[in-house]
Structure formats: structure tokens, C-alpha cells
Write a protein of this length. Sequence first.
Length: 277
Amino acid sequence: MQGNIESQKTFSLEKTLHCGQVFRFYFKREKFFLPFLNSILILEEKDKKIFYSVSGDTLSESEIKKILGLNHNVDMINSYLVERSPVYKKIIEFSNGLRIMSLPPYEVAISFIFSIQSSIPVIKKRLNTLSEYIGSGTEIEGDKFYFFPKSRDLKNLSRKEISSFKLGFREKFFVEFIENYDETFFENLKQLDYEEKRKKLLRIKGVGEKVAQCILLFSLDELSAFPVDVWIKRGMKSLFNKIGTERKLAEEGRKIFGEYAGYAQEYMYYFLRFSGI
DNA sequence: CGCCAGGACAGCC
DNA sequence: GGCTGTCCTGGC
């Protein structure tokens, strides 16, 4: 299947894929290849339009829009954020087009357990190594693209195989997560409210405040989540004169930016990281 | 070579 | 509840 998603000034594929919410995507021949469950979503920006096609399992246009955050009314969200804090005028001017994605929770949880105390290239490498090791994927125009492993595949891994991935101190978190995981966990979670979801996520070993907020924001449609990493910690201080623990700063961010704190967080991150200020 | 990265946790107070 | 030391690995 293929088609084009309407030209939108408020959508940047580049910013959406490079703001740290998703690690596994490929860029070849001017196209982005984004694995999503048993599909590869192929995206190309041409003449200010986004052209898409899907390889593997079918995805409807509305599913694709949800994955890419195109169902969010960012014009409204942007003015909402500027209203809450005027400093967001310049931040949004720089970061505009970034969208919060909606990705598979199982993959997001493992991705952010892998992300602990690690840089993006390292996280990406770990996830690709794992996906390639399990080896399920599809070939498109001569290139092989790998899906993220299913939980049953990961359950079958031996400790020796897992050790070969060199996850370091994250290994014990990963092992416990895949061993204890059952398919209904995230489905049940989706029924709960924000605070209940957060508390259940925090019970997972290796999931602290920051990782929990990432899972909430990028895979459970909780746009009020506010993950605090070192960049946001610095930003909260320089922009809002707020200091404290990750938990306190997350509460602070959610208090200032309400139901769209997640957009405030990603905009801030992208701005601090790439604007050169 | 040394340093630390998009944190979590136990142990301590 | 907050603070501190510790932790694997790869990149610079």
C-alpha cells in the first residue's frame, strides 16, 4: 500500500526521528525505513509532502498518522505552551515540526532500559544487534531491515546469548523484564490513568522516573508525561530556575505545561541539543 | 590514557 | 523523602 500524507508545515520527519524518542530507523536512498511491529514504514519527504509505503503487515493511513503523531493538533498545542510560558515562542520556532510518536510499548520499554547512562549511537547499536540476532525482518530493494523481536523470541534466549550483547549492568534489568513479561501487561496498563500507569512501570526493575516517563510519553499516549534527562535538568534550571530530583522536576514540568508537558519536554530537548545556544 | 554519556539502585541518613 | 557511591561499555 502507498500514498501521501498531506503536506503539513507542522510536520518534520527529520526532527521527529532525531529527537531521541525512537532509535531504530534506517536512512537509505533519501528514504526513511521505520520498523513497526511486523511492518516497515517507508517515508520520504518530497516537495514538502510526505510519501509513504508499507512493507510487511498492512498499516492503515490513520494508524500511520497515529504512529507519527500526525493526529495531534500541534497548532493548538503550540499556542497552549506559549501561553503557559512566553519563552516557548523561540523554542517552538526552532523545534516546530517535531511530533510525539506512538510506538509499541514492549519495544519502547526495552529501548529505554538499554538507554540507561548511554549515548544514542550506543543505544541504537544495542537494539540493532538484538534485532539482527533474532533475525526476523524483510528485504526491500536489496536491503534487509529487521523487525524488533517478539517477547516469545526473547524469552527463548539463553543467559550466554544475552551476555553476548554486552549490556553491562543493564543486563540484569533486561533479563528480568523479558522473563517476567506477559503479553497482557501493557494492554491492561492502557486502561489505567496516568498515575496508576506510572506506578506500575516504576515497579519494573531498571525503570526509574525518567524511563517510566519515556514509556508513558512515547508508547502509552500520555502527552502530559515529562521525562527529565540531563538536558532537561539543565534546561529547567536555565529557563525556569528550577532545580531538584528527576521526580520533582517532572512534577514541576507537568505543573507548568499541563496536559501537553510531553511536547514541552521534546521541544526543549531538541532546542537545547541542536540550536547551539 | 582518562573521562563520562539522554539513570537506577542500594545503602545511608 | 534526598544524597552518595557504584555500575558496564563504547566513544571521544
